[in-house]
Design a protein around this ligand. Sequence first.
Ligand SMILES: Cc1cc2nc3c(=O)[nH]c(=O)nc-3n(C[C@H](O)[C@H](O)[C@H](O)COP(=O)(O)O)c2cc1C
Length: 302
Amino acid sequence: METIYIAFAPLQGYTDAVYRRAHYRCFGGVDEYYTPFVRQEDGAPRIKDLRDIDIERNEGIPTVPQVIAKDVDEFARLCDALQELGWKRIDLNMGCPFPMQVKAGRGSGLLQYPDRVEAIACEMQRRPDVCFSIKMRLGQTNPEEGMTLLPIINEMPLTHVTLHPRLGKQQYKGAVDMDSFIIFNEKCRHPMVYNGDITEVKATAIPKDVKGIMIGRGLLAKPWLLSDKDPKSALQDMHAEIYRYALKNLCGDSQILSRMHAFWEYMNVSLEKKQYKAVMKSTTLLRYDEAVAHCLSMLHVE
Ligand SMILES: Cc1cc2nc3c(=O)[nH]c(=O)nc-3n(C[C@H](O)[C@H](O)[C@H](O)COP(=O)(O)O)c2cc1C
């Protein structure tokens, strides 16, 4: 495969700063790591989200912080908060399909409001110090919604547009709509990044003129996918780093185990069913340690 831009997709609940750092150190092969979205809570940027994008916590890791907003006011407040922290790079989420966000007009819900998107576009113009990008779906209920926004998107100052060619209402069901991606790609004046269902690094139906690809669940399932490191020892190393963090910073076995179960959750494809279940069902650290030792020795890395 020729060298193109490769991004690790943001995955709320999985790719926090600890995961991103451990993956970067142990595997790499990724150009940039997008953070799960920072959102407003009770009129202010959520403290827990800001902690995850703290500059020090992300130092040395190529990180792109992401925000989610329902209108220009929310967007501006979130940009202020990120710029105050020192960020000069911000990705806007226009693709999250979770009903709570969509109902509030955020994520793929925002795609139904061209006037709000237009106001956000003007706000981006007012912040020339920031490099913006957007991550979107084709639409919330039909692909016309994204096409309607194209003239506005084309006027936004963006490094690229990442497009996951499904509708918000599909969430993750159904096939990706490659035809709609191709049409959008032809009409969009910004470089495009393809996102959706990439699980292997080999020639696919993705148009050759894209700037790059973004991979989410495929990398959670196979963190070694883009790396030339030895998968077993690097995974052992990555697991050890995240586990050390969890043991030191989280309270009680159940919090620690739920953090570690998230690490393994998507790796079922690379593990025997029995071993996977033993890890995911472990309720004590002792059982967890035993199950993980077994898993790491039996990992299928093809
Ligand atoms: C559990 C979960 C959490 C996600 N969190 C975010 C998020 O915070 N921001 C975002 O833009 N997309 C989020 N996504 C969407 C992914 O970034 C990505 O667009 C989607 O999984 C499709 O790509 P993939 O098939 O390579 O996983 C999330 C997806 C999942 C399954």
